[in-house]
Every structure is written in structure tokens, then in C-alpha cells.
Design a protein. Structure first.
Length: 304
């Protein structure tokens, strides 16, 4: 059986500090503050606020106040129609990997062999919620955010020490105002997570929380930890941007020497045109289920 085919190039960072915060961080997507603010209010609230501002503008400038609104809407409508008609570049397709791929762990040298889910991983969920009329602007919530950002910065500044592979941030969609935010962390082992949990930044955050929790019952914090054994995880992505397990980095053998030492990190995504990746049962090496998937081979081939 042939080895998996990697789709992206590795990333290198110097071992020595390159900025005031320590060694260079792994490249990763950052949560959008504007999205959090946008989703902190309901749609009707935004429409009402816009109506008030537009009304004030009309009172001050008369009918001319409508000109910027009309021009912006005209521009956005034209822009999206041109993209939809393939006349201009579809910006929404930027960074989309236009094929079917899977995330697999590389070996110590950064190469992808034939073994599926060849490492155990830890998936850690860290969430916070505001049960307050002011949502994310509630007393104490900005401090929760500040401390989480500090912890994320600490982990990503030394991903080898803390076993960090990657993170994703999600907003819960169950309520009219989405005041629940959750970070998903992919880690190499529980020992590294335990080491971080007992480090100075996290311990100090725990002390702060113990002091304010009684006076801030509107703030929810929680975490979930899942230890997934080797060979017991699988994934598939089709025409997707890098997300979830696919948006991680695995540290591999160091290259260089002396002052030129660098750390090499490899993306886990590999081309899914491989017999072992054709179905969920194959990706999990659950051969006893393959008899129930005879019709999937044709469908699998049609999704390329």
C-alpha cells in the first residue's frame, strides 16, 4: 500500500525568540472580535439601532443622507453578483483546499506512512458564557476573555512544551444572542495539558475565578477533556478551508544546528485518494463494517 500524499508544505520557526513575547507563534486563525460583537445582539436590535442612526442622519442632512447607504448596497450587490457569475474572483473560495482530504499524523521525520490515526490525541473544550442582559459586556466577562487570551498566547508560544497542535473558536447558535464561546484545543497528550494547567498563568486565573465567582453568578465557565487512543479517530474534508483537526500543526525532527536551529511543523492533511481513506470504517480500521459500505465506493469516487 502506498504512503499518504501530503498536500501542504511544512512551516519552520526559529528556536530563539524573535519578538518581545518569546519565540514565534505557530500560524493560526484568530477569533474575530467583530463577529463576537455582532452576535452579542439580536438582528432586531441591530436593525433598530441602524434605523435610529439613519433617522438622525436624515434629520441633519436631509435626503442626501441616503446616498452613502444606496451606494454601499449597490456596490455590495454588484460585487457579489459578479462573483456569483464568475466574472470576478470569488473571495469566499480563498484558502479552500479544492479536493477531498483527510488529517493524519506524520511520523517523527514529518513523512506520512500508511498507518491510520497513528498517534493518540487529546481534544480539550474550554467554554465561557454570559447569562446577563449585557451579554459579553457583562461585569467580569472582559477579564475572563483577557485571561483566556493570555493562556492561548502562552500555549502557542511554546507548542512543543504544551503539546499544542492547533485551536479553533466557535460560537453557540442555540440562543437569539450568542453569548457562549468555546475554544477547541487539539493536543498531543494529556501530560502536556496537565503541565499547562498547573503552570503559573492558569493557576493565577483559577485564583482570580475563586475570588469573584460568588459575585458573578452570571458567568459560566466549563471544560471537557477527551483522550482519543491511537487508531480511534478519523476525519474527511471536501472543498474545505483548513478547520478542526485539519487546522493543526505537528512538530517533527528539528533541522539545522547551532544558531540556525529551527523547529519544523507539518500540516496533517493528506490527499484522500487512497484506499485506506475511502470510508469511515476504513479510516478507523474497522474492517468488520466494510461489508455494509459496498455502495459507497462509487459515491466516494463521484465526489472528486
Amino acid at each position: 500500500m502506498t504512503a499518504f500524499k501530503p498536500l501542504l508544505s511544512p512551516f519552520y520557526i526559529p528556536k530563539e525568540p524573535t519578538n518581545s513575547r518569546g519565540i514565534s507563534h505557530l500560524p493560526r486563525s484568530r477569533p474575530s472580535i467583530s463577529v463576537a460583537i455582532r452576535d452579542n445582539f439580536t438582528l432586531s436590535t441591530w436593525l433598530l439601532l441602524g434605523g435610529i442612526l439613519q433617522g438622525l442622519a436624515v434629520m441633519l442632512f436631509g435626503i442626501y443622507a441616503l446616498i452613502p447607504t444606496i451606494l454601499i448596497l449597490l456596490y455590495r450587490t454588484t460585487d457579489h453578483l459578479l462573483m456569483a457569475a464568475n466574472v470576478t474572483r470569488n473571495r469566499y473560495m480563498d484558502d479552500v483546499v479544492r479536493t477531498k482530504f483527510s488529517a493524519q499524523a506524520p511520523d517523527a521525520n514529518g513523512a506520512f506512512g500508511k498507518e491510520l490515526a497513528s498517534e493518540s490525541i487529546v481534544i480539550f473544550h474550554l467554554g465561557a458564557r454570559s447569562n446577563h442582559p449585557f451579554g459579553l459586556l457583562a461585569p467580569g466577562f472582559s477579564e475572563v476573555n483577557r485571561r483566556v487570551v493570555a493562556m492561548n498566547r502562552e500555549m502557542s508560544s511554546d507548542p512543543v512544551k504544551y503539546g499544542l497542535l492547533g485551536t479553533s473558536t466557535w460560537l453557540k447558535q442555540d440562543d437569539p444572542a450568542n453569548n457562549e464561546i468555546m475554544g477547541i484545543y487539539y493536543l498531543r497528550d494529556y501530560d502536556a495539558l496537565h503541565r499547562f494547567a498547573h503552570g503559573s498563568i492558569h493557576v493565577e486565573a483559577m485564583r482570580w475565578w475563586a475570588e469573584i465567582v460568588k459575585d458573578h453568578p452570571h458567568i459560566t465557565i466549563y471544560h471537557e477533556t477527551y483522550i482519543v487512543p491511537k487508531g480511534k479517530w478519523e476525519n474527511i474534508y471536501i472543498n474545505s478551508k483548513l478547520t478542526g483537526m485539519g487546522d493543526t500543526w505537528f512538530p517533527v525532527v528539528e533541522e539545522g544546528n547551532g544558531e540556525d536551529d529551527v523547529l519544523k511543523f507539518v500540516r496533517p492533511i493528506v490527499h484522500a485518494r487512497h484506499p485506506a481513506l475511502r470510508s469511515a470504517s476504513r479510516r478507523l480500521a474497522m474492517n468488520q463494517l466494510e461489508g455494509n459500505e459496498k455502495g459507497e465506493n462509487e459515491l466516494y469516487d463521484r465526489t472528486w
